[in-house]
Design a protein around this ligand. Structure first.
Ligand code: AMP
Ligand code: MG
Length: 859
């Protein structure tokens, strides 16, 4: 304002060749600077700094607004802007509410902005920066110089907070910040020394500016003046909301980092601020979480338009019946191959029928569970089909799990029949009514009738029960019905495999206790051939490539970790590359996505789905160039995906929420666990049909504006390590059962990119006193091995005297240190002894990034 006035006065004076009419300045900027240095010192400075330290204590490192583009390590200042206009009626209503609440429009607009940011970030703690003029003294008004300071304004959110309450909070914070505005932002950063990150500005990443200088109405004689819209090509922060009061309402725009966001996201954000503000003005006493961020059309889009089309799938049959029909069509075609041995469709069907007949005689029928502890062998496929044909539900048991865990599963599922082989049974000695060793019983089974076994099984009956890690310490059995398996078959046939020829060679490489194996198995309904991957080959990428080539595999299912290894080993450079790669089980990262998205040698599908949703719920083709970042795509036909907030309301496009699944794939529940089932399988509020349920996945996701879903991590302590689903709570409770352990926390850490592993933090029972023994890592390892499968064994154990806690008394997982070494020695250090050992040790040091490697170290 002052500047404009002075410009007008000088222009007028110079035009008339008169001397400057402006009075001498009482002080100069240098005078101010000297004064400020003297004044802002000692007690005054302390007092101001202390206030800020209190305000910002325990503030989060960053506001995590999900970005459209992968976040670069160093953020440049490339930016752009979108316009924003709050209509006059809304502007005036906002101003009136602010007046009634003893607040300013600035405070009210900031509150609305912070409320929207809260929804985007999901954080209950939102820090926004805001510039302040800093000319507190009248004598500084006419000075040219750097006065502007930036204030950090923190808003705290609780579940029931209303807009009126938030406004009061923002008012108090803002008034306090004004009182303490003299501490330069740089000084504050220096004092608080937040951990620095070139990808993020310190303390806050989002700015709010309200230009409230009244329009000075510059008018100069003989000149016509009009405003020119400035195009912003620079963004100092990730997002900046800038508004000023125009005669027709608040106008301005959102400046955004073009390295992080698309213009449409900024535009949507602008619209959502307006929507939230409208809601807040209409119901200032409603909880903020109830305020709308989406229009009816937006809601319709995410609920209906983007959801899996309802398709007319057959429901009158079962997968094994389709297989039987296929066996009649192509009796001589190979169905299962392992190395040199092969089973034709006719043989596979005949042998499965023989075993099924026997199972029937043992009482197997609809909803009767049958344990199946077998490696990935043709016998396992025979057994699996036999259980289905007999009408029962198979329960795969991990042969490599410790005996105790296998017994738990066997007992928990209530099976009275266990199908296995002699060698596995000897190592385990399972307690079960009918122990059936397929190898030793082979002759007896071979004389049974080979014809199809009639059964009364129906679509509602169980096809299988797969156990997954349970957070409370024991695994839980997911009950999947035949109708869901049939659905998976039809849905994938119409999408992933549409247009593929018959007789494909499909790899079966997942363990049978992973539900992905079901998706591989159902190819037997279409005359394709299953190529069983030998277990040793699975562990070696070079050998696996050779195997894929030798077997001429057309369709490969694998986890991202496996695919990474295969790509590194040269999958795409081979003469034979599978025509279709289905990557599932874990999030694909950019380093996997990018090279695949450019290749024309194979089609890669990112498939997402929990066991409770029957293998796959959403899919996306990586080579589809309309999306540049990893997405989990769109729901399969007859599958619906909802991204919901805590009140089960759909979140708007761009805003993260929990992913829920509905449709034919939703499992019946957890076997024998009605409470857990009720907690995770909830009534479907979007369905008109009674009795339908949604499965709460515990996955965080959001809809992107292109109608695809983006996976954003877990909302709980479930992790995936090399495709294995692990509840950290289960490992923790196992550790706590050891008498030497007082407390334990387990994390899945990725300190070296691409190397995710479990790390256990253990507080020994006797404290760390001089007379107490240190943690016996070898003993703890053995303890875990006795109870949990190998993939749940932590790679490192870190002893701690106490667990770090957050301000509100929860374990502060972020404060847990990275383990010092990538390896854990169970024995004393012995240095390398020969030149060869020396060389090897050096290689390991480089690879594992550890300072020291000894002869006895365990990797
Ligand atoms: P599971 O029951 O073993 O299939 O594990 C399901 C969980 O694995 C999901 O809830 C996700 O957390 C994760 N998951 C599976 N597939 C994907 C994928 N394609 N992208 C990201 N996460 C995935
Ligand atoms: Mg899955």
């Amino acid at each position: 304002g002052v500047l404009v006035r002075e410009l007008a006065a000088l222009y007028e004076a110079l035009r008339q060749r008169a001397p400057s009419p402006l009075p001498e300045l009482p002080v100069q900027y240098a005078d101010y600077a000297v004064w400020q240095r003297q004044w802002l010192a000692g007690e005054t400075l302390r007092g101001q700094l202390d206030w800020w330290k209190l305000l910002l204590a325990g503030a989060p490192q960053a506001l995590e607004v999900p970005t459209d583009k992968p976040r670069p390590a160093t953020l440049s200042h490339a930016g752009a802007s979108v316009p924003m206009h709050l209509p006059l009626a809304l502007t005036e209503a906002a101003e009136a509410l602010a007046r009634r609440e003893g607040a300013t429009p600035y405070m009210l607009l900031l509150a609305a902005f912070q409320a929207v940011l809260q929804r985007y970030s999901g954080q209950d703690d939102v820090l926004v920066g805001s510039p302040i003029a800093g000319r507190r003294h009248a004598s500084t008004e006419g000075l040219i110089g750097f006065f502007v300071n930036t204030l950090v304004l923190r808003a705290r959110f609780t579940p029931a907070l209303t807009f009126r309450e938030l406004l009061a909070q923002v008012r108090d914070t803002t008034l306090g910040a004004y009182e303490h505005q003299d501490v330069p932002f740089e000084k504050l950063v220096e004092e608080l020394h937040p951990s620095r990150d070139l990808g993020r500005t310190p303390l806050f990443q989002v700015l709010f500016v309200l230009q409230n200088t009244p329009d000075a109405g510059l008018s100069l004689p003989e000149l016509t003046l009009r405003g020119v819209a400035v195009e912003h090509t620079v963004s100092r922060f990730e997002l900046e909301l800038g508004l000023s009061r125009a005669p027709d309402g608040y106008r301005g725009g959102i400046i955004f980092s073009t390295e992080l966001f698309e213009p449409s996201t900024a535009a949507r954000l602008a619209a959502q601020i307006q929507l939230l503000l409208e809601g807040a003005l209409a119901t200032p006493d409603a909880p903020l979480t109830a305020l709308p961020l989406q229009t009816t059309e937006d809601r319709q889009q995410v609920l209906v338009e983007w959801n899996g089309a309802a398709a007319d799938f057959r429901r009158d049959t079962c997968f094994h019946t389709l297989f039987e029909q296929q066996a009649r069509r192509t009796p001589h075609a190979p169905a299962v191959i392992l190395g040199d041995s092969a089973l034709s469709y006719a043989r596979l069907n005949a042998r499965a029928n023989q075993l099924a007949a026997h199972l029937r005689s043992l009482g197997v029928g609809p909803d009767v569970t049958v344990g199946l502890c077998l490696e990935r062998t043709p016998e396992a496929i025979v057994a699996l089909l036999a259980v289905l044909k007999a009408g029962g539900a198979y329960v795969p048991i991990d042969p490599s799990a410790p005996a105790q865990r296998k017994s738990f599963v066997l007992q928990d599922c209530g099976a009275s029949v266990l199908l296995t082989v002699q060698s596995l049974a000897e190592a385990w000695r399972p307690q079960v009514r009918h122990l059936l060793c397929l190898d030793t019983e082979a002759a007896r089974l071979a004389v049974l009738p080979e014809s199809d076994v009639p059964s009364s099984v129906r679509a509602e009956n169980l096809a299988y029960v797969i156990y997954t890690s349970g957070s409370t310490g024991t695994p839980k059995g997911v009950m999947v019905q035949h109708r869901s398996v049939l659905h998976l078959h039809e849905a994938t046939a119409r999408t992933l495999y549409a247009g593929q020829p018959r007789g494909l060679r499909v790899s079966l490489n997942a363990p049978l206790f992973f539900d992905v194996s079901v998706e591989q198995l159902i190819h037997l309904a279409d005359g394709h051939c299953l190529c069983l991957l030998p277990e040793d080959t699975r562990k070696d990428p070079e050998e696996m490539l050779a195997w894929l080539e030798a077997q001429r595999v057309d369709v490969l299912d694998c986890t991202p970790a496996q695919l990474h290894l295969l790509l590194q080993a040269g999958l795409l450079e081979r003469t034979h590359v599978p025509r279709l790669v289905v990557c599932a089980g874990e999030a694909m990262d950019l380093s996997l996505w990018q090279p695949l998205s450019r290749t024309r040698r194979t089609r890669t599908i990112n498939a997402y789905g929990p066991t409770e949703g029957t293998v796959y719920a959403t899919t996306w083709c990586v080579q589809d160039s309309s999306v540049q970042v990893p997405v989990i795509g769109q729901p399969l036909p007859n599958t619906r995906a909802y991204v919901l907030d805590e009140q089960l309301r759909p979140t708007p496009v761009g805003v993260p929420g929990e992913l829920y699944l509905a449709g034919e794939g939703v499992a019946r529940g957890y076997l024998g666990r009605p409470e857990l089932t009720a907690e995770r399988f909830v009534p479907d509020p979007f369905s008109t049909e009674a009795g339908l349920r949604l499965y709460r996945t515990g996955d965080k996701a959001r809809w992107r504006q292109d109608g695809t879903l983006e996976y954003l991590g877990r909302l709980d302590f479930q992790v995936k390590v090399r495709g294995y689903r692990i509840e950290l709570g289960e490992v923790e409770s196992t550790l706590r059962t050891h008498p030497a352990v007082k407390d334990a926390v387990v994390l899945a850490r990725e300190d070296v990119p691409g190397d995710k592993r479990l790390v256990a933090y253990v507080v020994p029972a006797h404290g760390e006193g001089a007379d107490s023994p240190a943690l016996d890592v070898a003993e703890l390892r053995a303890h875990v091995r006795r109870h949990l499968p190998p993939y749940m064994l932590p790679a490192a154990f870190v002893p701690l005297t106490t667990l770090p806690l957050t301000a509100n008394g929860k374990v502060d997982r972020k404060a847990l240190p990275a383990p010092e070494a990538a390896l854990d020695s169970e024995q004393a250090h012995e240095p390398p002894a020969t030149p060869m050992e020396e060389q090897l040790a050096e290689l390991w040091r480089d690879l594992l990034r550890v300072p020291r490697v000894g002869r006895r170290d365990n990797f």
